[in-house]
Structures are given as C-alpha cells and as structure tokens.
Design a protein around this ligand. Structure first.
Ligand SMILES: *Cc1c(COP(=O)(O)O)cnc(C)c1O
Ligand SMILES: [Zn+2]
Length: 427
C-alpha cells in the first residue's frame, strides 16, 4: 500500500461522527492517536492505523445485548465501529453463517473435534460481505458517497452488491484475468466495473492513486481500511458464540492481505478481555497457496518482514503478492504457537474434492487452501489432531469452477437406455 494520506470528503458531516464504541484511530506501529476520520496511515510514522475503542458494555450485560440482537454481524455492533442503529440501515446483513461439525472429515484425517466455519453462506457467497458491511457503514457516517475497491474477486462481488442495496454508486477494479463467475456476478449488480491488465498488487497501487484524487470515493480496503478490517472480528465472535461462548484450541485461516487472520485473533482477545469467554490459549495457523506464499516463506525463514512475490496460483482470491498485514500475521502465528504453511495447486484441488466428498461443502479455491494446509500441518506434526480445531471456508466453489474442471466430471456418459446403464457397470 502506498503511504498516501487521504483527505476528508469535501462535504464533511455537520454532526459529530458516531461510530458507536470507536473513539479514535491509533497507529499499529507507534501508538500515535488521531481523531476518527477517513485516514489509514499514521501522520508520525506512516504505519497503518487501527480503530481504538471504549467499550460501554462488558460481561453479562454485553452477552445479553449480543444474544438479543439479530442473527447477523450486527449483534456484535457494541464491539464494532458502527452506530448503534446500524441494523436498521440498508445493507446486506451478512454473518450468522454455519459452524459445521465435520466428523466425516475428522475421521478421515484422524482428528477428534473438527469444525468448518462455512462463510460461503454470506449474501454474495464469501466472507467479504462482513468487511464490506462495516466499511460501508463507516464510509456513510464519514460522508462518502461512492463505494470503491481494488479486488481479487470476492470483494468485487461484495462491494457491488452492498452499494446496490444502499442505493449508492460502486467503482470496482479487478484483474482482467479473474474467474468469469466473479466478473459476471459483479457486473450483474450494476455499478462501474473496470478490468485492469495487471495483477492485484498493480491494481491496489492504482487504487491508492485514485483515492488520493477522488475525495468522495471510499475505497473500502484502502482509505477506510481501518474500519473494513474490523469486520473480520465477527468471524471470531461467531465461532466463539457458536461453540457456547468458548474459544477453540486451534484455527486454520486463509491469508490474502492477512487482515482476516489478524482480526480473528483480535476478536478472540477482546472476548477474553471483556469477560465473554475464558481467555483459554489457542493457536492460529495461516494458509497460503505455494504460488503466492510470501508470508509462509517469511515464517519458515524466521523473518519478521515479508518479501513481495509475483502470484501464480489457482487460488486467485488469495493472490496478494505484497500483503499489507503480513508482518502482523507473523506476530500472531508466532505469539500463539501456530504456524504458516503453503500448498500446491494440485493439493488445493484435491482438498476441495475431499471437503465436498466428506462433508457436502463445496469450497472455492481458498477453502481448498485451508483444508490442504490443515492436512499438511497434521502430516508434519505442527497441528495437534486431539485438539478442537476450526477451519475456515471463506468462499463458494461455484465461483471457481475452472479450477476443478479438469479434475471432476460425470461417472459415466450413456445413451438413454436401460441396457446402456447396465453396461456401464454402475450397479
Ligand atoms: C479476501 C479473501 C480472504 C482473505 O482476506 P484477507 O485479505 O487476508 O483478509 C480469504 N478467503 C477469501 C475467499 C477471500 O476472498
Ligand atoms: Zn505511527
């Protein structure tokens, strides 16, 4: 990400900014605090900013408030940078996705207690609806009138749909070689869709430049990134609540920019601090495709910075060669006793099939990455097969059909006669 500071929208809201429990932005590097606004880089050191809170509710009172809330991410509004009336605003109401007990897969892998958090159940079929819903809400409160993003695919869907529901314009930049399914579905929601001849990292740089020019465009993952990123905490909140207000012992999470992994850890930590769960230890594992594995490479080399790479993998939704949250992923995985691993495209496709065959869950390539990394971590003894484990499926396999087209197909193709059926030897 470029260290460009965005300026406030020209039509700044007349009333004070109300983002619920959010009180300021603070630098993740030097701790410098600034007022809430459309900022993402520290004025002192150019480090990334994150949302700072003063939570009004804790313990039983907070738990009761959450449990009385809607079955979507807004039940966690007291822990997010959103106004308290957010559930009444026009938005996609994402979240409330299933935590599926995966006994068949566990048996096949020799594990005891395994769960799949299936975020393909979101409105546009990926976890990105969570982060976009929070970014949209904050962007409107900050006075922006256009929702924009550079995207690896799923974000394009989520931004275009959320803007359509909210009745505002969207501007989406995607690599021109993206999966057809993601291009066409995004286009169907309307809005401006720009296919760029370049990879995600080129597009992200371009978005930073456009954001500096277009003061009323909220690029969800650029100039309102601190708010956007907080949406990923809701994945952690949901897992803990669905387990009966406790933390799992191990989680396996895919890495693109790394924000999701870092914020799930932040969510788990907040729940412990606020007295909603026992602060029991957990290990966070990160998953990448070998064709785009800068964080895994840094983890294995013992580095605490990440060297950018040029992505080449079927897991396009994770194909960020210069991940903004890379160093923080290294922090979280090392601090919790986890690891980062990477897997080949063949292993990804094989694991998509394994998850579908054992649990009836058809994941996109990113889900194939997490399941394949789970297998590799087990095989290398880095993950405990006895410990309760949650793996994340963050997207829907219908969006990445090309990735598996060579590997699956009909058992037989026959003429419409009983004789042909019997000859095919299917009985
Ligand atoms: C974007 C994305 C991720 C990871 O996002 P981060 O940038 O690491 O927060 C994971 N899975 C899918 C399917 C995605 O689209
Ligand atoms: Zn700073």
């Amino acid at each position: 990400m470029t260290a460009v500071l965005s300026t406030p929208p020209t039509e700044a809201p007349a009333r004070p900014i109300d983002l619920g429990p959010a009180v300021a932005l603070s630098c993740r590097e030097c701790g410098h605090r600034i007022d809430l606004g459309p900022f993402y880089a520290c004025t002192e050191c150019f480090g990334p900013l994150e949302v700072a809170y003063e939570f009004a509710l804790t313990g039983i009172a907070l738990r009761e408030r959450i449990e009385a809330g809607p079955n979507n991410i807004w039940r966690y509004a007291p822990l997010l940078p959103v106004p308290s009336g957010v559930a009444q605003t026009p938005n996609m109401n994402p979240g409330g996705t299933k935590l599926i007990r995966a006994d068949n897969l566990a048996r096949e892998l020799g594990m005891k207690r395994l769960w799949v958090k299936d975020d393909s159940g979101n409105p546009t079929h990926s976890f990105k609806d969570r982060v976009v819903a929070v970014a949209l809400t904050a962007a409107r409160e900050l006075g922006f009138s256009v929702l924009a993003c550079p995207s690896t695919g799923n974000l394009a869907n989520a931004v275009a749909a959320a803007a359509a529901r909210a009745g505002i314009r969207s501007v989406v930049l995607i690599p021109s070689d993206l999966e057809q399914q993601k291009i066409l579905t995004t286009a169907a929601y309307g809005g401006t869709l720009v296919a760029v001849d370049g990879n995600y990292d080129d597009i992200n740089r371009l978005a930073g430049q456009i954001a500096a020019e277009r003061e009323d465009w909220a690029f969800v993952n650029v100039n309102v990134r601190p708010y956007y990123a907080e949406g990923s905490k809701t994945l952690g909140f949901e897992v803990a609540e669905q387990l009966g207000w406790r933390l799992p012992e191990q989680v396996v999470i895919p890495i693109a920019s790394g924000a999701q992994l870092v914020k799930v850890d932040k969510g788990f930590t907040e729940l412990g601090t606020l007295g909603l769960v026992e602060p029991t230890p957990y290990k966070v594992f990160g998953a990448q495709a070998t064709g785009c594995s800068p964080v895994s490479a840094a983890f294995k080399a013992g580095h605490d910075t990440v060297l950018p790479v040029r992505p080449n993998t079927v897991a396009k939704s994770l194909a960020i060669g210069n991940p903004a949250d890379g160093p923080y992923v290294l922090d979280v995985t090392r601090r919790t006793g986890g690891a980062v691993e990477d897997v080949s495209d063949d292993e990804i496709v094989d694991s998509i099939k394994l998850l579908a065959r054992t649990e009836g869950i058809f994941a996109e390539t990113a889900g194939g990455v997490t399941v394949a990394v789970l297998r590799k971590l087990l095989a290398t003894g880095q993950l405990d097969p006895e410990a309760e484990t949650v793996v994340f499926n963050t997207g829907d396999g219908l969006k990445t059909l090309d990735a598996i087209a060579h590997a699956v197909g009909p058992t037989a193709t026959i003429a419409p006669t009983l004789a042909a059926f019997e000859e095919a030897g299917l009985a």
